[in-house]
Ligand binder design. Structure first.
Ligand code: ARG
Length: 458
């Protein structure tokens, strides 16, 4: 059979053009969505009397058996049939005869492909919400074990104040919570139906778009056919949300890489999530978090790629839009793969509490608390800050930490110091007094985890 659009042409398509313009090598991933859209469309055509109901039934049966053939891997998609839409239509006509040619009544590939993309992203987004939740659950599981585990908290990657390790992990929980909200919110716009817009201007047939929307589970119908066939904002949004998710994954991965290094030794990743070196037998490399960090790059690329395709594109459909697919598939698959690995990797990591605790005894991260101590004894904060600066300098010069200084040494700097300073300086105390809402005290962190679990169970 020749091309479905071959009537107007007098020459065969140049082979290179065929290869260059075909999307079938990648858009065959939309086979399921394409068939689902066609099933709804043809059902509506039959119900509206646009084609006889028995023809609609015949076409539906044909589409079902094509779907089964595809599932069984029995279909060979052809470059000369350009894309998934024409490959399937051609298979249908081969299967049930000329009646198959009635499927495309009142429809164009332009509204068809847009519908496929909406359907694809609806499924992927729904799946991804679940996968983000799995990561959140893993974070909560580790956090619950480590409410009382202390770790240096950093600003500028310099030790700042000690925090609960659970608090640190839960910071990521909330990043993923916002990601989840973004995904859920995007479903509103994914659930706009383009089908029924024709090539760009609508159709002469008395179609029922509401019925198609109902059959396919869409909430809204695009009110403008030109917008419907050329809109890719919902994909931009997906790529943007995906990039933000990967940013979060990348930041966490960077911490896992740092923490598992010889220099930190705060955690150990499970052997099953690491790989070795082909030359240095002693090595255990954190390849998984490194690769997660690295894969973030391609998701940014996919976003910038599509933004660039859309910029300056006149209405309505242009072939440029075919470039929307590979990036979308790639980001969806990258996210899926990444989230699936991240959850079990977090769950299975070993936390070296003692190393973390020792780190805290060897820094000045309790210095703020001496300042607060002097303030409660009546000294203005600015003056207290000055006094502590001098004490820290003195300690560094005498090779000691704040807990090792004797009371007499403290009193050289201010007569306000008493024995109770040692209690104030104990890291457990430093953490437990940061009891403001959202702070790192065990009490607040427990509340935070409770709130997080409530969110998850909603
Ligand atoms: N393969 C095309 C795409 O992905 C389908 C739409 C083709 N429409 C057209 N008028 N050539 O964009």
């Amino acid at each position: 059979m020749s091309k479905l659009w071959g009537g107007r042409f007098t020459k065969e398509t140049n082979k290179l053009v065929e290869e260059f313009t075909a999307s079938i090598p990648f858009d065959q991933k939309l086979a399921k969505e394409d068939i689902a859209g066609s099933l709804a469309h043809v059902q509506m055509l039959g119900e509206c009397g646009i084609i006889p109901m028995e023809d609609a039934e015949k076409i539906k049966q044909g589409l079902h058996s094509i779907k089964e053939m595809i599932d069984r891997n029995e279909v060979e998609f052809l470059i000369e049939d350009e894309d998934i839409h024409m490959n399937i239509e051609k298979l249908l006509i081969e299967k049930i005869g000329p009646t198959g040619g009635k499927l495309h009544t009142g429809r164009s590939r332009n509204d068809q492909v847009a519908t496929d993309m909406h359907l694809y992203l609806r499924t992927k987004t729904t799946d991804l919400i679940k996968l983000v939740e799995d990561v959140q659950k893993a974070l909560i599981q580790q956090a619950k074990e480590h409410i009382d585990t202390l770790i240096p908290g950093y600003t500028h990657l310099q030790r700042a104040q000690p925090v609960s390790f659970a608090h640190h992990l839960m910071a990521y929980f909330w990043m993923f919570e916002r990601d989840k909200e973004r995904l859920i919110d995007s479903l509103k716009r994914i659930n706009w139906l383009p089908l029924g817009s024709g090539a760009l201007a609508g159709t002469t047939f008395p179609i029922n778009r509401d019925r198609v929307a109902e059959l396919l589970g869409f909430e809204t119908i695009y009110p403008n056919s030109m917008d419907a066939v050329s809109d890719r904002d919902f994909i931009l949004e997906f790529l943007s949300i995906g990039s933000i998710i990967m940013t979060h994954i990348s930041r966490l991965s960077e911490e896992l890489v740092l923490w598992s290094s010889q220099e930190f030794q705060f955690i150990e990743l499970d052997d099953s999530f690491c790989t070795g070196s082909s030359i240095m037998p002693q090595k255990k490399n954190p390849d998984v978090p490194e690769l997660l960090r690295g894969k973030t790059g391609r998701t940014y690329g996919n976003l910038i790629g599509l933004l660039t395709v859309l910029k300056g594109l006149p209405l309505a459909y242009n072939k440029d839009l075919q470039e929307d697919k590979e990036g979308m598939f790639d980001t969806a698959e990258t996210l899926e793969g990444s989230l699936k690995l991240l959850a079990p990797m977090i769950k299975s990591m070993t936390v070296n509490k003692d190393v973390m605790r020792k780190a805290i005894n060897h820094d000045f991260s309790n210095a703020t608390d001496i300042a607060d101590y002097l303030v409660t004894k009546g000294l203005p904060f600015r003056e207290a800050h000055e006094v502590i600066g001098k004490i820290v300098l003195y300690a560094i010069q005498s090779n000691k930490f704040l807990l090792n200084l004797k009371l007499e040494e403290y009193q050289q700097f201010s007569s306000l110091f008493g024995e109770d300073i040692y209690e104030v300086l104990a890291p457990e105390h430093v953490v437990s007094v940061r009891n403001s809402f959202g702070g790192t005290s065990p009490e607040q962190v427990s509340e935070q985890i409770k709130l997080a679990e409530e969110k998850l169970n909603k």
